[in-house]
Design a binder for this molecule. Sequence first.
Ligand SMILES: CC(C)=CCC/C(C)=C(\C)COP(=O)(O)OP(=O)(O)O
Ligand SMILES: [Mg+2]
Length: 423
Amino acid sequence: MPVPGPSPRQPSLPSPAARPGDRVPGPAAAPGALAGACGSGTPVPTAASAPPLVPGPPVQGAGAALARLLRGPSGLGTAGLSLVRRAEPAAPAEPAAAGTAIPGLYHHPVPEPDPVRVEEVSRRIKAWAVEEVELYPPDWEDQFDGFSLGRYMVACHPDAPGVDHLMIATRLMAAENALDDCYCEDHGGSPVGLGGRLLLAHTALDPLHTTAEYQPQWERSLHADAPRRAYRSAMGYFVREATPAQADRYRHDMARLHLGYLAEAAWSETDHVPEVWEYLAMRQFNNFRPCPTITDTVGGYELPADLQARPEVQRVIALAGNATTIVNDLYSYTKELAGPGLHLNLPVVIAEREGLPVRDAYLKAVEVHNDLMHAFETEAAGAAAALPVPSLLRFLRGVAAWVDGNHYWHQTNTYRYSLPDFW
Ligand SMILES: CC(C)=CCC/C(C)=C(\C)COP(=O)(O)OP(=O)(O)O
Ligand SMILES: [Mg+2]
């Protein structure tokens, strides 16, 4: 969502594109993100019921017992649900949609998301955005449509029982991106004062408990801008479906996300380019994690809190979040290069801190992603074997499906992303 003019968030270090001898793509200015009016609206909630998990065909590449544990559902949109390592790439399911996968990127193609669900989620999310929360002004409609929220969430949640459940994830995804755009990025965002804005928006997820005198002021504040309206409304729908433990898990993951935004902003204010491992630590927080970790709520079941909190499950979640987020760094590389200043992403940080030409840095970032993906799959298979509890197995399959759907969305969102010319 680059807009003309300098952003106070961007440090003024030279672009890696300036390195002599490097061939760097020159994409047209990438289209904008899901953007918010960042200015003034109101909300309300729904429900639905849980589905059975359909048994699927046997998987290959693991012992029989493990294979049985990891067996995923069958049917449209479920191909990504197996936790067993698959050959790369899994050619037969390559999507027909536009967009080229990054060469050498370890990923699992998914079938086209169910078009009927996509259409209905797209219709409902636009109605919510326009009528319930005034998420964006009319002239940003193309950017909202180009984000393809419906396709994204249907691809990521193939085991959702229906559209009501998909809407839980889709509203949150819209809200999360509106806040990022309006508070952090180029739609009015800035590192200056970000902490205060984030904290007040966080109270739309994790309510203020105060005295009668101050309560009305706080309640009014939740309608003051698009991110807060969206957070408040999306969270309202979510908590109606979620158990208290699931809602608390989401609040915790959003606090992690906000902490990551703050670290990124702090480095930007001082033009600091972190070391690669430091960048990866920041990006573990400024991360898609809040999205795959609601897969059980969206699926209409619950992974119990004591299982979710186990270290081996936490490691699986973190690795999945990190792999999905580095996918963003890779697919959004040219968009971020075209913006003002230096936008940190993994290829840029590797180039800066390890002195590599941009192409080599990009290819190294692909390898970092692939290592994260392999670690995720190995650890997920290990957790499934050690804890063969049905809710955990389904959760792990749901996270794997989210990883695959997220890759699919990035690959096919040619409105938003384009690849560098490195191959
Ligand atoms: C949906 C969600 C929880 C997002 C939080 C963090 C975030 C916005 C990303 C991981 C996407 O990264 P980025 O800000 O670089 O997005 P674009 O490259 O502009 O698409
Ligand atoms: Mg990005």
